[in-house]
Design a protein around this ligand. Sequence first.
Ligand code: ADP
Length: 490
Amino acid sequence: MTSHSPVVITDRALLCDRGFIDGVWLAASKTFAVHNPASGVELAQVADFGPTETTAAVAAAAHAQPAWAARTAKDRSAILRRWFELIVAAQDDLAAIMTAEQGKPLAEARGEVLFGAAFIEWFGEEAKRTYGEVIPSPVRGRQLLALRQPVGVVAAITPWNFPNAMITRKAAPALAAGCTFIVKPAPETPLSALALAVLAERAGVPLGVFNVIPTTRASEVGSVLTEHPLVRKFSFTGSTAVGKLLMAQCASTVKRVSLELGGNAPFLVFDDADLDAAVVGALASKFRNAGQTCVCANRFLVQSSVVDSFTRKLAVAVAALTVGDGMTPGVVQGPLISERAVQKVERLVADATAQGARVVCGGARHALGGTFYAPTVLAGVTPAMTIAREEIFGPVVTIIPFADDADAIAMANDTPFGLAAYAYTRDLARAWRVAEALEYGMVGINEGIISTELAPFGGIKESGIGREGARQGIDEYLEIKYVAMGGLGG
Ligand code: ADP
């Protein structure tokens, strides 16, 4: 790494500009620039890998896999524990790298580093609990067993919005299960991925078990990862459009797939809700990462009788949010990731206001310029508007009134997506009815932040397949093998 990189950290070795294959740091004939979205400053020129390096990574991962799987679970667990501890110890540096390349406020970046590390801790422990079954036999002299074995080589493609945790929550269960792993991080945020590889190496993760392919050639590298016969499982987090394409590519070799795709999260506020608590939850759900998460509330469905008071309270809180460079203390909203992201938000807001939505606060780029967008509240949004149908991925609250519970549920479910949903109510029976009726993989009742390594994260409908985290998360990386053992006498 060039010594004049503008990222200020203690352990300079964490800043890498090469890819990592088979335990070797490799340069490439071409490089690509990584920029700080807050300032536009170039942070690094990173190796731009292609299909040749990707194929080499698959071969390395395939070669390393049997020996990795043959180690005891306790042994793999100990290595994962070391990786976890090294990440926790390096949290300040990892957070600084993340804020520099991704833009989120430093405190949020540190939160993600610890959240990401928690998956390594959790799955390191779960490695020891991948129990099989002994099935009562229908005949004497025979034993029926169900073993759980690693799938094999796992390939992953991850997004820029969580440059660390979207990798660890795939890599940790994969490695715990005895799989080997190749990740193609997003071209906006390869530095966080490469820093994880440095710490994996220090933790004693063996050669070829964890590989990182930095690249701008997403579709070429993606073709190798989804079509190579030695890759047995593909895991993706990103947009629904790309996820569908990659799922289709995986069909040619019938790979196992896990997909964590887009959402259109409803945030329901009922007339009996604690409105102040709902405002706190709304801020947490909507403005984390400047609205750039797949579980960010996208539509605020508010019962008509409380819509004015909720909107007023929320707008006061939103207008008080401090926007700026994520490195500046006190900043709670950084820049959006790119000019394209800002243009999308502008297009959605312009379309909504042209159709009658009212700007309560914000509604335009922030005075800081660049890719900063003002925290925004739009009232009088209707379900038919594009802003209520597409994932905004920006700091914009859309308020849509509803009449009664049936109306709210119908509106909430009227989308092809089904990732996260939120509801605020103090009525226990209503909370239960609503939680059951929402067609979503995850529901937060009186909670705006629900992600944890302990619970199964994932979507239904076009939001995805499979679960990440929790006891269930490791199942994605295990096959079940039935063994009928006869000739046992008796
Ligand atoms: P976003 O719009 O949030 O960047 P994407 O789905 O485009 O979401 O990106 C998520 C990840 O998918 C990134 O790592 C990106 O490089 C990768 N990606 C995008 N297009 C393709 C493709 N055609 N094939 C493989 N990977 C892709």
